[in-house]
Design a protein around this ligand. Structure first.
Ligand code: PXL
Length: 267
């Protein structure tokens, strides 16, 4: 007799829609499916974009965002939350209101600027990240540019990344992962800092322009692995391995910076 499989981990992405399918909610749901989780979404904004540029961004009414989150938490339940593009300070504020007192581990990807061009969060929204959302996160995952903005110091080396991580950690999250993909070099270093230690992860840089959605995919993969019961270190390690393969197997779609292959392990 076949034994019944345990139910999948339930993961919620609070993020923007990327109609080109490479980043945002679309990337998050593909990542969740590929890694065996049950994916759900609260959409914060619509973006109209292809691999070359972003043509338009429309942020949803804050009440619409709150209603999506509450409706899901109150019925199905959520084992981990990934937060991505928030658009503006109003949406960021209502997400903070909605999640206050909610005891679900949150991975906060501090999305600010699209590589394709365009602000994905306004100036006041960055202040809300710093004062309200970062303090309630289990893990914050800034790239070096976002880490520089959040910490107020330039971030162009591993030593800078560590200093920035310390400054961001002092804002109150459980841990910070500063990603070094935008720091030049043959090797990429990411540094994970928590209150009692640190880990540095290293990988060989893949020379490609097809990296759109890498940050979204990494943060979501970490959220999935946390929801599946892994510790922070193992969740980050496994998520990096998954993202590395997804970049390596990128299909090369479009004339600009194209998407990853989220399902590379099953092809
Ligand atoms: O990769 C950051 C990001 C997040 N969310 C959405 C995006 C992008 C980058 O373009 O479009 C919706």
């Amino acid at each position: 007799m076949r034994t019944k499989k345990p139910p999948p981990a339930r993961v919620l992405s609070i993020a923007g829609s990327d109609c080109s399918g490479g980043a945002g909610v679309q990337a998050d749901l593909k990542t969740m499916a590929a890694l065996g989780a049950y994916g759900m979404s609260a959409i914060t904004a619509m973006t109209i974009q292809n691999t070359k540029n972003i043509a338009h961004i429309e942020v949803l009414a804050p009440d619409m965002v709150r209603a999506q989150i509450r409706t899901i938490i109150d019925d199905i339940g959520v084992d981990a939350i990934k937060i991505g593009m928030l658009g503006n300070a109003f949406v960021a504020g209502i997400v903070a209101d909605t999640l206050t007192g909610v005891k679900i581990p949150m991975v906060l990807d501090t999305v600010m600027q699209a590589t394709r061009g365009g602000a994905l969060l306004d100036e006041d929204g960055v202040a809300v990240l710093r004062s309200r959302l970062i303090p309630m996160a289990k893990l914050v995952t800034p790239n070096s540019d976002e880490a520089a903005r959040l910490s107020g110091i330039p971030v162009t080396s591993l030593a800078d990344m560590r200093r920035a991580a310390q400054i961001i950690l002092a804002l109150g999250p459980e841990a910070v992962l500063v990603k070094g993909g935008h720091v030049p070099g043959e090797k990429i270093h990411d540094i994970l800092l928590w209150h009692h230690g640190e880990a540095v992860f290293e990988s060989k840089r893949i020379n490609t322009r097809h990296t759109h959605g890498t940050g979204c995919t990494l943060a979501t993969a970490i959220a999935v692995f946390l929801a599946q019961g892994l510790g922070l270190n193992d969740a980050v390690r496994q998520a990096r391995t998954y993202v590395h393969g997804a970049i390596k197997n990128a299909p090369g779609f479009g004339g600009g910076n194209g998407p990853l292959d989220h399902d590379w392990r099953h092809r």
